[in-house]
Design a protein around this ligand. Sequence first.
Ligand code: HEM
Ligand code: NAG
Length: 190
Amino acid sequence: MATFSVVLFIIVTLFIGSSSAKLSPNFYDKTCPKVFSTVKSVVHSAVAKEKRMGASLLRLHFHDCFVQGCDASVLLDDTSSFTGEKTARPNNNSIRGFNVVDNIKSKVEAVCPGVVSCADILAIAARDSVVILGGPSWKVKLGRRDSKSASLSAANSGVIPPPTSTLTNLKNRFKARGLSTKDMVVLSGI
Ligand code: HEM
Ligand SMILES: *[C@@H]1O[C@H](CO)[C@@H](O)[C@H](O)[C@H]1NC(C)=O
């Protein structure tokens, strides 16, 4: 139980810490009260179909947040003006769940068009995934803005630590995102 509370606190801190705007769990209370139930129902069916999808959605949020903050930049396809994060070393053939996010986004757009950011959808979907798989719950603070650009080189720059990292590098990468060594250990599920 204590571990659950720590996980909860850390995840909340991690995923609001990267934005300077003031986030709030009530951000969509007036503009999109159905956002939580809408996201949850799609995550629920995706995880019912394939349990691993819950893990994949959590990781998508992590990889989004470590590059440029939690701004949904990880979702952007390459364009003529930039090559995005999808093919970066930590992501290529490894991050997944884009179809589920697209599905959530279209359901959310159907209930409240043009209101909810994809970055917030990733944050809610990560929480719902953890809960559905039997983990702890936490309040998701909302109000993130989506990036209009992404950068392959930023995603490749080591901000997402590679599995070959030294312990010092792992600690530094998390520290750069405002996370302690303890946060890192708990978030990694060790
Ligand atoms: C501490 C540094 C970390 C390193 C070096 C690391 C590295 C990795 C690697 C190499 C994989 C396997 C990818 C593949 O097989 O394609 C993986 C999977 C995964 N990681 Fe991490 N990770 C770290 C921290 C985290 C954190 C903090 C979270 C969650 C908040 C996380 C969530 C996951 C999940 C859920 C998967 C499985 C995804 C799936 O099956 O789709 N990881 N990680
Ligand atoms: C990403 O993966 C694809 C498919 O395996 C591969 O063809 C491509 O070269 C990879 N891109 C990078 C940048 O590694």
